[in-house]
Ligand binder design. Structure first.
Ligand SMILES: CC(C)(COP(=O)(O)OP(=O)(O)OC[C@H]1O[C@@H](n2cnc3c(N)ncnc32)[C@H](O)[C@@H]1OP(=O)(O)O)[C@@H](O)C(=O)NCCC(=O)NCCS
Length: 215
């Protein structure tokens, strides 16, 4: 199992709340329609926003995300999704009006290669949040020497297909899904303040090298 798809067997979810202190700093971004979003890294063990985002997704959207029916987010999966270290596995949240509305992540699956996954709650879909989140995680991934990106999605997932293709994934049919890989290409033009994103990422990870992605 990777963090990208559902585990074979679901267990009861109890949605533990991570008590991690005050809300951390974020990077402000503006949506094409003018709305304001704050982007910030998920903290290690921070399960509450992940559960909240999952709760804001329809059954169909969960199938698109996990490639399987997910009436609940199993405890083990929720824990694994929050096992971020900012290097091999990083996730960034989108916050609107103090509520988490989306998350995107990369997981390094082999040296220099990362798998991408992302989701936005139904109420905020189609406003550009997925694009901002993808820009943030690919920016951070590039700064951590990720050179190729992978994704797997259902063939009818138009928005996801559009997004991953823009960052370099070349999709091919594989059984009942589309999957593929390609050289990471950052969005052009940038949709976020990449220097600010890298500075915030680096505040947790001092080895980050912003010069790799911000010219
Ligand atoms: C995929 C997802 C995260 C996109 O988030 P979003 O905030 O709605 O995305 P955006 O608003 O930034 O739009 C992304 C792109 O999809 C395009 N798009 C929207 N609907 C589309 C469709 N039916 N067909 C093709 N492209 C479509 C948008 O036009 C936009 O491209 P553009 O910037 O060139 O116009 C969101 O739809 C979602 O959560 N889906 C369920 C979970 C999922 O599928 N996750 C991905 C698999 S890991």
């Amino acid at each position: 199992m990777t963090l990208m798809t559902a585990p074979g067997r679901a267990t009861e979810a109890t949605s533990p709340v991570a008590l991690l202190g005050p809300e951390p700093a974020g990077v402000r971004a503006t949506l094409p329609g003018g709305g304001a979003v704050t982007l910030r890294p998920l903290r290690h063990g921070e399960t509450e926003p992940l559960q909240s985002i999952f709760d804001g997704m329809s059954f169909e959207a969960r199938v698109q995300r996990y490639l399987a029916g997910m009436p609940r987010l199993p405890d083990a999966m929720l824990t694994a999704l929050a096992e971020v270290d900012g290097v091999q596995h990083a996730a960034w949240l989108a916050i609107v009006a103090e509520r988490p509305v989306g998350v995107a992540r990369y997981v390094v699956v082999e040296p220099g290669v990362a798998e991408l996954a992302f989701e936005v709650v139904d109420a905020h879909r189609g406003t550009g949040i997925g694009t901002l989140l993808l820009d943030a995680v690919t920016t951070v991934a590039a700064a951590h020497s990720v050179r190729r990106v992978r994704a797997a999605l259902l063939p009818d997932n138009g928005p996801s297909r559009a997004l991953v293709t823009k960052v370099g994934v070349r999709l091919f049919p594989a059984r009942s899904i589309l999957e593929g890989e390609g050289p990471l290409r950052l969005l052009d033009p940038p949709r976020i303040d990449r220097r600010a994103v890298l500075a915030l990422a680096a505040s947790n990870t001092s080895w980050l090298n912003p010069s790799r992605v911000v010219g």
